[in-house]
Design a protein around this ligand. Structure first.
Ligand code: URA
Length: 226
């Protein structure tokens, strides 16, 4: 009897070098399909799946975070866990329609380590080599989406896209001249607000985040009217 290979994915589907594939693809759907089998770095081994960017076909604003979290990894969609829910609330308060934004991450697999006790998976910051390996997907998303406004959420995204010396603490809310989009800004990552030490600090950090997003909303209205 003929033996059937137990490997679930044929080798030809596996992408070891996204830079050789991503630049030629012209739609987010094609990029998402290709990225599904990405093995450009080692994170595919521990991540459940590639979590690619999502949004409408012609979004005005693109938000870039660090990497999918635990829930995003399980569900396969960006910003659907606690940080995503906080982002949703802040977008609403700032008057930005969530359905009109494209959400993605610098790294498309969840990097984690097992908690000392229990089954919890603890988020681990990606290395530069992992960020660089994943970068062709993000560059391709920027090329296809062509956002009018690009917002980096947190220092991993900001430093990946705006340079390693970029300081979110000092430069948040400022317009940064960059060739990535007509308007480029960075603000904090929503998960930093979740880590605030107490309710008062959380409230203040949330208000500051909403204020940054209100600048984005204003710029979006201005760009639309122009
Ligand atoms: N944090 C991120 O940076 N991205 C997500 O998609 C979720 C949490």
């Amino acid at each position: 009897m003929k033996r059937v290979s137990q490997t679930s994915k044929p080798f030809s589907n596996q992408i070891h070098n996204p830079a050789s594939i991503a630049p030629a693809l012209k739609t987010i759907a094609a990029l998402r399909t290709a990225a599904h089998d990405c093995k450009g770095c080692d994170l595919w081994e521990t991540g459940t799946q590639t979590v690619f960017g999502e949004g409408p076909s012609k979004p005005q604003i693109m938000f870039v975070g660090e990497q999918p979290g635990d829930q995003e990894d399980r569900l396969g969609h960006p910003f659907v866990g606690p940080a995503g829910k906080l982002l949703d609330r802040a977008l609403e308060e700032a008057g930005i329609d969530h359905s009109k934004v494209y959400l993605t991450n610098v790294v498309k697999h969840f990097k984690w380590i097992a908690a000392a006790r229990g089954k919890k998976r603890i988020h681990k910051k990606p290395r530069y080599s992992e960020i660089n390996a994943c970068r062709p997907w993000l560059d391709a998303e920027l090329r296809v989406v062509k956002p009018q406004i690009l917002v980096c959420l947190g220092s991993t995204a900001a430093q990946a896209l705006l340079g390693r010396t970029f300081s979110v603490t000092r430069q948040r809310g400022q317009l940064i001249p960059a060739p990535l989009a007509p308007v480029v800004m960075a603000t904090v990552h929503p998960s930093s607000i979740l880590r605030a030490p107490d309710e008062n600090a959380r409230h203040q950090q949330m208000q500051a985040f909403i204020n940054d997003l209100k600048i984005v909303a204003q710029l979006a209205r201005k760009a639309k009217a122009a």
